[in-house]
Design a protein around this ligand. Structure first.
Ligand code: UDX
Length: 436
């Protein structure tokens, strides 16, 4: 089957490469000429483990190609995916659908055969109706079914998530749409991955509801962690104890500095806007958004407390280890490290930062942070070390070297990657999250 993927960003490129790997003939389309040029040269626009090799092998096999020309790219495609960005609109938090609408129009104007148009971008409920209306408005006289097929890929684990999904959600009431989507996902059908056929609006809402639920789970355990610190309990034991209940489940119960990334912050805000538009408030998500926002800066205060409070902290130096919002990505979007660095800077603390993959992205977002070439360069002369992202490289720090380089052996481990008794025995003043 020929598939066109409009938008070759994170979701489009990963999905396109995986569909090609299933054996489909895939064209990835993007307006950004330099991105397409680089892809032709085998240079990935994002860091994602395994993507490089997957793209190269499928290009070599002749199943994956790239173009800036939408009309050429969609010619003969039975499934046309829309995988363009839906950023938060400046000012009101609504998802900005201008890219989605523009693609719908261009597809309608250029379509030369019957096709299923699939929204993969995360879009608010009702966007499928709008895409359908826009395509009809162009006077397109081919048969078109508009289907919602949200993605649930995690950065850093996207290829595995795509090939071994917990479920595939397909939203359509149209028989043609269902048939084409069955063919698109045939290898996963054969693999017995659960496929859920629902209405288009339900599919659109499932994506937001899933992300909002996961964001709630994280925020819940983060607040439990704060409570653990006050009452002298251990949040990791609490997580384990509640997670063993099948109704709760063990995942997304790691306390930390608050969630960030390209999805949770944006999608929770967009869900709030939809709820407001339909006059059906989701107060629990309002609380999650506020609690998570204030948590990030609060983590800066936690580091300041470890330095001995506001007065003592002024003029001191902190090494921030891990700047991206999570490991195995170079993505800095809404990373807690940004708010933490700001809170430290506002308190007159000097910050040195290091990240295994995110330095280029981080530098312009954290102009006052001295960017270092290694964790040890950042730690040199530091009065405290704060681990903000749980990169594997930080699990294996040479603790003797760390102690020798640091001005003071204070470690604030915001991801609980070390054991408190081990760190104390190693001579550190060790602070972590929710282990009172
Ligand atoms: C998320 C969803 O998991 C994915 O299904 C969706 O398609 C996109 O959004 P992603 O943003 O890549 O994926 O990262 P994820 O691994 O879910 O982590 C999100 C944030 O939550 C990170 O900041 C992470 O550090 C934080 N987190 C996650 C926790 O603090 N604790 C946890 O237990 C899990």
């Amino acid at each position: 089957m020929k598939i066109a993927m409009v938008g070759s960003g994170y979701v489009g490129l990963v999905s396109g490469a995986c569909f090609a790997d299933f054996g489909h003939d895939v064209v990835c389309i993007d307006k950004d000429q330099s991105k397409i040029d680089r892809l032709h040269e085998g240079v990935m626009p994002i860091y994602e483990p395994g993507l490089d090799a997957l793209v190269q092998s499928n290009v070599a096999a002749g199943r994956l190609s790239f173009t800036t020309d939408l009309a050429e790219g969609i010619a003969g495609a039975q499934a046309i995916f829309i995988a363009v960005g839906t950023p938060s609109r400046r000012g009101d938090g609504h998802a900005d659908l201008s890219f989605v609408h523009a693609v719908a129009r261009e597809v309608g104007e250029n379509l030369a055969n019957d096709a299923v148009v699939v929204t993969k971008s995360t879009v608010p409920v009702g966007t499928g109706d709008e895409v359908e209306r826009i395509i009809a408005e162009t006077g397109c006289n081919h048969r078109v079914a508009v289907v919602s097929n949200p993605e649930f890929l995690r950065e850093g684990a996207a290829i595995g998530d795509f090939k071994r999904p917990d479920r595939i959600v397909i939203g359509t009431d149209d028989e043609f749409g269902r048939d084409v989507m069955r063919e698109v996902y045939r290898p996963l059908f054969l693999n017995e991955s659960p496929i859920l056929f629902v209405s288009r609006r339900s599919a659109e809402l499932i994506k937001y509801a899933a992300n909002a639920f996961l964001a709630t789970k994280i925020t819940f355990i983060n607040e439990m962690a704060d409570l653990c610190e006050k009452v002298g309990a251990n949040v990791q034991d609490v997580s384990r104890g509640i997670g063993m209940d099948n109704r709760i489940g063990p995942k997304f119960l790691h306390a930390g500095p608050g969630y960030g990334g390209s999805c949770f912050p944006k999608d929770t805000l967009a869900l709030l806007k939809t709820a407001e538009d339909y006059d059906s408030p989701v107060r629990i998500i309002e609380a999650v958004v506020k609690t998570n926002d204030s948590r990030k800066r609060a983590m800066g205060r936690k580091v300041i407390d470890a330095l001995g409070g506001m007065e003592a902290a002024r003029g001191k130096k902190v090494a921030l280890l891990g700047l991206t919002f999570k490991p195995n990505t170079d993505d800095m979007r809404d990373s807690p490290a940004i708010a933490i660095a700001q809170a430290l800077g506002d308190a007159g603390v000097k910050v040195a930062g290091y990240d295994p993959e995110g330095m280029t992205q981080a530098a312009p977002l954290m102009p006052d942070v001295q960017m270092c070439k290694s964790p040890y360069e950042a730690i040199d002369g530091a009065d405290a070390i704060a681990i903000v992202t749980e990169w594997d490289a930080f699990r294996a720090l040479d603790l003797e070297r760390v102690k020798a380089l640091a001005n003071s052996p204070v470690m604030v481990d915001l991801r609980n990657i070390y054991k408190p008794d081990h760190m104390q025995a190693a001579g550190f003043i060790y602070v972590s999250v929710g282990r009172g």
